[in-house]
Structures are given as C-alpha cells and as structure tokens.
Design a protein around this ligand. Structure first.
Ligand code: SF4
Length: 352
C-alpha cells in the first residue's frame, strides 16, 4: 500500500502527563467491537473494574462512563490507568489511534495527525518551512473505500497546485486563501462536467490579486457564518462568547505570522480536500478549510491568544464533534454567507 503523510507525522509521540489538554478529557471514548469482546473476557479484578465502567450511550455505542467529562481511567497524574495495567495494545481502537486519522482509497491511503492534540499542534506550527508530503510503500493491504478512482487521481494533481497556491510566499496569506478559493471553484466546475483533464490543466497564476471588499457585505456574511455555530455543542461552556467576540473583532490589529496561517490552511487542505474523491464536493472542502481558517484568525485576534492554542482548541470543539461538523457542512451547503465571493470579501478586509 502507498501511504502519504506530512513531514511532521513520524515525529509524533504522545506526551501523556505533560499534555496541556489531554484527549481523555471532554470526549466519550467509544469502544470498538474487538476491544469490547476483549474486555468482556478479561479475567481478574481489572477485568471486573473495566466492565463496571462501561455503559451504552444514546446512539447504542458502548462507552466508558466519564466522570465530569474525564475518562474514568485518566489518573490525576495525567497518565492512563489502563495503559499502566494492561499496556498500549489493550486500549480501545480510538485511544490506540488518536491523534492519527486516515483517508483510505483502496491500495492508497492518506494519513495525518489531528490538530486537536496539543502535541500535534506544536509539530504543525513549529517549522518555518512549507510543509512537505511523502508517499511510502507500506505493508498494509487494500482498505475498502467507495470512491471515484479517476477523480481521485485528478485530485492528487489538483491538490499539489492547491498546496502550491497556499505556500506561495510571494503573496500575503489572505491573497493566497482568496486564490485557493477561486482555484477550487474552477476545479469544481470541471468536476461537475466530468472533465477531469481540464481541472488538471488550470493555470493558477491569474487567480492571485483582484481582491474585492464591501464592508456591508463582510458584516452580513460574518453574521451568517457565525450564526451557523450557534446550535453547536461545546466542551468549553465559554466557547459561544468566544465566537461572538470573534464575529465583530477589528482585524486591522491582527498580526499573527502568515506562516502559521499557511500551516493551518494546509492542515485543513490535507485532511479534507482529497475526500472529494468520495462525493465530488471539492469546493465544499475548500470553503470548509477557508471558513475554519478565517474563524480561527478572528478568535486569535479578539482574544490576543496565541495562534497555536486557539487552533488546537477550535479543532477540539469543531472537528471532533460529529454534530458540529454536520451543522457546519450543512450551513456551507445551504447559506450564501459561505459563498466564495463573501469569503474573498472577508479575506480582503485586511488588505484594504
Ligand atoms: S491530546 Fe495528544 S499529547 Fe495529549 S494525551 Fe492525547 S494523544 Fe497524548
């Protein structure tokens, strides 16, 4: 199998008790079938203890009973009691794999690290150089997946261009994000017409520049975008007011390094862009990447918090809630506030 991953991927190692926002807090751990079977048959007092801490949630999934949002195996020291007693191989699949994610395409797969993990966030943002990607042959077999192979191979080429746009440091990061959106819009037109070769041969160079800016349009679009977050569920009860402040913040004073924003946008691109091979909705993935980047920039500006921490917390609140992801994707599909024109206006605000 061919596996593609970003350059920081192999550097990851869980920092456990040194983690500032452990993944064992705030989420329910869903227990996969194989692990459940193992726990059911585990003998001794520890087997009894595990079974006493399992319940079934409203979706019918077996989960560990959390205590005030904390996994019952999370010790005050920040270490995992089950890991200490049984070892890494006995953890449920979610715990063994996190923060790694994989998008499977038959004999190929794309893997990466989730930004919601603070150690991943450190790895993503620490380099000053553009992120690179490597493809290696691995021992893994074919991973079943329902996708369009022709579109997948086109998307591999198109994604290279999209990454080049976001990493073109001759332009400001906002200009690059605008060009990325315009490019994705053009690619989508070719995908809709099943003209994959046309998508591969788009010249991206004229897509830079030509920003558009209407203050009233920006205000209306931001109102609609932030409204989409209102019905979401949040781990941090204060997150609705964080978002509310971000909606109206004046971005003129925002000074985060463009390299950090570039790394963030490339992270979202790497994680979601290629999944258009499953459903053909490439522009939706590009808009998702741009919206998440815009909202994180605005939160960072309004709170004067460091960009890395704001990005990590946003990822934990949004990317790791199936409900929140569904709400945001539905809003992108339905609301004109998320149009490419509106996002370009929002991104052009700082250029004026
Ligand atoms: S969030 Fe990351 S670093 Fe922290 S405990 Fe989980 S896997 Fe380890």
């Amino acid at each position: 199998m061919k596996l593609t991953f970003p350059d920081y991927f192999k550097e990851f190692s869980c920092i456990a008790d040194k983690c500032t926002d452990t993944c064992c807090n705030g989420w329910d751990v869903v227990i996969d079938g194989e692990s459940l079977e193992y726990y059911r048959n585990l003998g001794g007092d520890y087997g009894e203890k595990i079974r006493s801490l399992i319940t079934v949630d409203g979706d019918g999934d077996s989960i560990f009973i959390s205590e005030n949002g904390r996994c019952p195996f999370l010790l005050d020291s920040g270490l995992c009691d089950m890991y200490i007693n049984l070892g890494h191989g006995c953890l449920s699949r979610t715990c063994r794999i996190f923060p790694r994610f994989t998008n499977a395409f038959g004999s190929r797969a794309e893997t990466g690290l989730s930004l919601s993990c603070p150690e991943t966030a450190r790895l993503i943002f620490e380099s000053k150089n553009p992120v690179t990607f490597t493809t290696e042959d691995t021992d893994g077999g074919i991973l079943p997946a329902d996708f369009d192979p022709g579109l997948y191979f086109t998307l591999l080429k198109v994604r290279k261009t999209a990454i080049n746009i976001l990493q073109n440091r001759n332009f400001s990061i906002n200009e690059r994000l605008c060009a990325f959106l315009r490019y994705s819009e053009l690619v989508q037109e070719f995908i809709d017409a099943s003209e994959y070769e046309g998508a591969e041969s788009i010249d991206a160079s004229p897509l830079f520049g030509n920003t558009e800016y209407s203050p009233s349009r920006v205000k209306r679009a931001l109102k609609g975008i932030f409204k989409a977050f209102e019905p979401m569920e949040f781990i941090d009860g204060n997150y609705p007011s964080v978002l509310s402040e971000a909606q109206t913040v004046d971005m003129q004073g925002f000074t985060a390094d463009g390299i950090l924003i570039e790394h963030l946008a490339v992270y979202f691109l790497h994680r979601y862009f290629i999944t258009a091979a499953y459903d053909g909705r490439l522009l939706e993935k590009a808009i998702f990447a741009a919206v998440c980047t815009v909202v994180i920039m605005r939160i960072s500006a309004s709170r004067n918090d460091d960009f890395q921490t704001v990005s990590q917390k946003f990822s934990k609140e949004i990317e790791h809630s199936a409900l929140n992801m569904e709400i945001l994707v539905k809003a992108i599909r339905k609301s004109r506030c998320f149009s490419v024109e509106n996002l370009i206006n929002i991104l052009s605000e700082k250029e004026k």
